[in-house]
Design a protein around this ligand. Structure first.
Ligand code: AMP
Ligand code: GLY
Length: 426
């Protein structure tokens, strides 16, 4: 069986690596992929971009199905296009992908269906939005309505910051995405990533995970796409898990189906567990998380091909999912200047050493004249399993120490929330 994965980052590397291990799979194609992904046995990167080219590739190679990694093709309607051509693809169609592609849609949807989320107001008029900020004060959160590659959210601690952020978001830098802005209540607490596979009303939850969004240790510095992740997240007890399914995931799927946008694909709810034990939705993503996917797929024991097939055939309710009981952790190595102005072209050393239960997923690398060089913001995600989270963390950082490129940025404290109060140095 042949499978196509769309995307080119660490998440897609992990997907391709896991899919290629299925005894049922002969070829995994990744488009456009990256040179690190192309190193995996049974995996072939095809440097083509855009829905037309992907359609043509899927047809030519007669792939059994396609999995979409990033949000942009989903928001652009890749699923609608493939389905119109009779090609199997796992992901939400364009309408359903609005859960991620429009913050306005997502917030109004949650309001309509009583799904817990921060209080909010939406504006397309910048003057009224400024007046509203003066009324509600800080801290406050501002979100550009549309997709903005993770740069459209500002958590403003002061009113001055909030006003400046508003001018920035609505000032034309974000094009259509900044035409509307959602201003919402600041929530404190601990974030978790809750990812499920869904097909209309059928759902199969993944193991829990937690991301580290800020650039620096101790959750300081600017927001990034994610600097590291681990699974499971002990914060999500079985009781909390049940509540999240009952109060958030099921009402989301029911609401989408009721509104005529039945949701198929990976659904990722970014949740805030507040100090009083309540859970609220910060955002929906219509895809797997990056870097959460890397530790999650290190732990996945079930055949991902069987699971996607079950979803595509409407039998997800009969599927079971098996996880390695060992925790996994992924540490992102980012380029200097990331996230604002990442610099490419640095020579990477130390990639050839292998160690058991550790895998280095490539996100922004390039291979030239026999050398690995950096290309892009997040460069690598060093991922490891261990008997305990502490051991997994030790394995990951041991591997990190062997890798070098000039200006390499990474967090030393991935997993700290789960390891507190006795966090040891890696
Ligand atoms: P989003 O893309 O909406 O998840 O926002 C990106 C990040 O901003 C989240 O992962 C949180 O760290 C932070 N954030 C978003 N909304 C809020 C909120 N209402 N209160 C506090 N932090 C938030
Ligand atoms: N790790 C956060 C995301 O994938 O959006």
């Amino acid at each position: 069986m042949k499978i196509l994965v769309i995307g080119s980052g660490g998440r897609e590397h992990a997907l391709a690596w896991r899919l290629a291990q299925s005894p049922r799979v002969s070829h995994v194609f990744v488009a456009p992929g990256n040179p690190g992904i192309a190193q995996e046995e049974g995996v072939h990167c095809v440097a083509v971009d855009g829905i037309d080219a992907w359609l043509e590739l899927a047809r030519r190679e007669e792939v059994a199905f396609t999995i979409v990694g990033p949000e942009a093709p989903l928001a652009a309607g890749i699923v609608d296009r493939f389905q119109a051509e009779g090609l199997a693809i796992f992901g939400p169609n364009r309408e359903a992908a609005q859960l991620e592609s429009s913050k306005y849609f997502a917030k109004e949807f949650m309001r309509r269906h009583g799904i817990p989320t921060a209080h909010f107001a939406t504006f397309d008029d910048v003057t009224r939005a400024h007046a509203y900020l003066d009324e509600v004060g800080a801290p406050i959160v501002l979100k550009a309505d549309g997709l903005a590659s993770g740069k459209g959210v500002v958590v403003a601690q002061t009113l001055a910051e909030a006003h400046a952020a508003l001018d920035h978001l609505m000032g034309g830098h974000f094009g259509q995405a900044g035409r509307q802005v959602v201003i919402e209540e600041y929530l404190s607490g601990e974030e978790v990533s809750f990812i499920v596979m869904a097909d209309a009303l059928q759902v199969l939850p993944f193991a829990t995970s937690q991301d580290h969004k800020r650039l620096h240790d101790g959750d300081a510095g600017p927001n990034t796409g994610g600097m590291g992740a681990y699974s499971p997240a002990p914060l999500v007890t079985p009781t909390l898990h049940g509540r999240i399914m009952r109060d958030i995931i099921l009402p989301t799927l029911q609401g989408m189906a009721q509104e005529g946008h039945a949701y198929t694909g990976f659904l990722y709810a970014g949740l805030m567990v507040t100090p009083d034990g309540n859970v609220k939705v910060l955002e929906y993503n219509c895809r797997l998380g990056d870097p959460e996917t890397q530790p999650l797929l290190m732990r996945l024991r079930s055949d991902l091909v069987d699971l996607v097939e079950a979803a595509l055939q409407g039998r997800l309710d009969q599927a079971t999912i098996d996880w390695d009981r060992r925790p996994a952790i992924g540490v992102v190595l980012a380029a200097p200047g990331y996230p604002d102005a990442p610099q490419s072209g640095a020579l990477i050393s130390g990639l050839n050493e292998a160690s058991a239960d550790t895998h280095v997923f490539h996100a922004g690398t390039h291979h030239e004249s026999g050398h690995w060089v950096t290309r892009g913001g997040r460069v690598l995600c060093v991922t490891a399993l261990g008997d305990t989270l502490k051991t997994a963390r030790h394995h990951a950082y041991e591997r990190v120490q062997k890798i070098h490129f000039d200006g390499m940025q990474y967090r030393q404290d991935i997993g700290w929330r789960a390891l507190k109060p006795n966090l040891s140095q890696p």
